[in-house]
Ligand binder design. Structure first.
Ligand code: TYD
Length: 230
């Protein structure tokens, strides 16, 4: 399937964009820059995040990101992630996409595959089963995988002294597996995922992201014209 085919099979008028990568790759900075640029061009933009993004999902987030790294078994952790994702999809993401908004989501289901399925102990198959139940084909139109070499991201993210350090505290080996897992996910989903080199300065990263978004918008335009004509 080509990137164009993927866009043409969209089931909603909006554009669903997710941002993925290991801890500390600079997703939030990039989401902010893209949000501002879309708002400047009068787009309806919804910025959201996982785990979280709706009232119920934010409550579940607190259970997930605080406390001891071994607080939850791999299965419980994944079930909590998917419980929060179900609420987030129902209450925030789908309503926004149906009304035509651009949704910028800081992490989505690729994070479950990377953290719980590949780097964590649960395994790919169980995550895939949960994914099929909760997400199905409600997948992003575009996923940016921000890629940063080695431990640079982890150092950045540890430097953020906040309470939400449970995943960062899982250790360097785990974080390295997470980085590799995202590369694997991007490789097997080339129609949806775009790898962005996050080793550059933030303006160059933003430029790379913006070019892909512009390209997607022009494909959507072609699509709308196609609908009208055909
Ligand atoms: P967060 O503070 O949002 O981290 P970041 O700024 O790096 O996105 O914390 C979310 C943590 O939860 C992050 O370490 C990744 C992890 N996570 C999973 O393990 N599985 C998931 O499905 C999601 C969405 C996040």
């Amino acid at each position: 399937m080509t990137q164009n085919d993927h866009v043409r099979q969209r089931q909603w008028p909006g554009l669903f964009v997710s941002f993925e990568g290991g801890d500390g790759v600079g997703k939030s900075t990039q989401i902010k820059i893209l949000e501002e640029s879309l708002q400047a061009s009068k787009q309806d933009v919804v910025v959201t995040r996982e785990p979280g993004g709706s009232l119920g999902a934010e409550e579940i987030r607190t259970l997930l990101v605080t406390g001891n790294p071994d607080r939850w078994s791999a299965l419980t952790e994944a079930l909590l992630m998917y419980a929060s994702r179900a609420d987030h999809l129902e209450k925030t993401i789908m309503p926004a996409l149906q009304r035509g908004a651009v949704v910028l989501c800081d992490r989505f289901s690729d994070s479950s595959m990377a953290y719980q399925g590949i780097a964590g102990a649960l395994g790919r198959e169980k995550v895939k089963q949960l994914h099929d139940i909760v997400v199905g084909d409600m997948m992003p139109d575009v996923t940016f995988v921000l890629s940063l070499s080695g431990g640079a991201g982890l150092a950045r993210s540890k430097a953020r002294a906040d309470e939400e350090q449970r995943f960062e505290n899982k250790g360097v080996d785990f974080q390295t597996r997470v980085y590799d897992a995202f590369e694997e996910i991007a490789d097997i989903n080339p129609e949806r995922c775009v790898i962005i080199n996050a080793d550059q300065d933030k303006n160059s990263v933003a430029h790379d992201i913006q070019s892909v978004i512009n390209q997607r918008f022009s494909l959507l335009e072609t699509d709308h014209h196609g609908d009208k004509n055909g």
